[in-house]
Design a protein around this ligand. Sequence first.
Ligand code: ADP
Ligand code: GLC
Length: 474
Amino acid sequence: MIRVLSVASECVPLVKTGGLADVVGALPAALAPEGIEMRVLVPGYRAVLAAAGDAAVVWRGADLFGGPARLLFGQIAGLSLYVLDAPHLFDRDGGPYLDATGRDWSDNATRFAALSWIGALIGAEGAADWRPDVVQCHDWQAGLTPVYLKARGVDLPSVMTVHNIAFHGLMPAEMMGPLALPAWGFTPEGFEYWGQVSALKAGLVHAWKVTTVSPTYARELSTPDYGEGLEGVIAARGGDVIGILNGIDPALWDPATDPHIAPYKQPRGKAKARNALLAEMDLPQGAGPLCVVVSRLSGQKGLDLLLEALPGLLARGGRLALLGSGDPALEQAWQAAAAQHPGVAVTIGYDEALSHRMIAGGDAIVVPSRFEPCGLTQLFGLRYGTVPVVARTGGLADTVIDANPAALVAGVATGVQFAPVTARALATALDRLCDLYADPAGFAKIQRNGMRAAVGWGPSAAAYGALFRGLVTA
Ligand code: ADP
Ligand code: GLC
């Protein structure tokens, strides 16, 4: 049995802003069959503490970067969970990263340095009679953990997992003292980044291995187009950088048992879900496919391109239903599109149950991301017979088989891919979708292929298992 501590800023079902939470929440159960006992460390946001109930206090500190702190441990929401209860950092209204007005919390550097410091504490000393063999650090919020371990003189295997390299966790060099960061690390070969401290670079440089969430994104990361200024750091790690695809939680996303919909097993069982969605969204029936989008509204996701490509889809009798929130300009642009076109329905907000109804009811799910480390909604789509139309990048390239002539003849197509990521190429892809949809038997075959595609954790759990075993026996 190998013990792994997973350090993360969000975790399903307790706190979620994106796919990171899905993955952190799913990994412990996915890796158990590999002989891995994974515990998760998360910040004690209000929602997490509310769920923690009477978890045991396993550590107390009088001053963790500006206030008292406790570490709790318990079986919470089906997970073996450590919770960092530090009221000066986490007991507040608002999101995990943003205040109620949508601005980053001004003390984010301190908040997540504290999380990383506690990750290193558990790694070095153990807590609740348990000491990990490996620490897995998710994104910049956990990136300082390997540095704090080294500063303690502890040589514990660590893995930096990149879910999104766009966020670096930059902080001014003056924070080094208050955050107890070792002076030896502040070099261009260390965690210094153009005069600042980069928490992500700290993890990329100092972790024993680096993983990311798809093989294609692992390759993209060492190029200037995708590396966000850290491509050199990634390239320097060479073979230490490994891409392991995300899976989805088969218990939460199963069209045969999903409590949010009238369950179905066959593509043809979808008809009910589709009609229910059209009615709920007040969308007219049409000859073309009902497309859905469930997404953060940010530049990454390319939904501005979809706005441009919409007229062609609508002209062919297609419909579009979008659920999302984020960038106010994109929210407004999509609301305007809904007001202008009867075939477009837009829900601004975050709604777990509605996301299930949409993914179940759609004929197709559109993911036109400019970059996508893995992406989960196209995997949900596959599972539900909702054909993905995706940009050929990152995990989208690795999980969808394009319905090109060879794939159609071989009977293996599961969706539509397009490149480059432009409105024009997307419009062409939507046109191809409409062509495929016009042949009901052919379309049902693509749906069935997708429903049978391997979107669970199997091969990826084995890859993580091999990685962790290799580190422990190294
Ligand atoms: P990212 O993490 O970059 O946002 P992913 O595709 O990996 O992209 O994961 C997004 C997750 O968040 C999925 O579980 C998706 O269903 C969910 N999600 C995104 N936006 C919404 C929303 N508005 N309402 C409900 N769920 C959403
Ligand atoms: C990030 C990425 C997304 C990935 C998720 C989980 O949020 O943007 O592509 O699926 O992390 O790894």
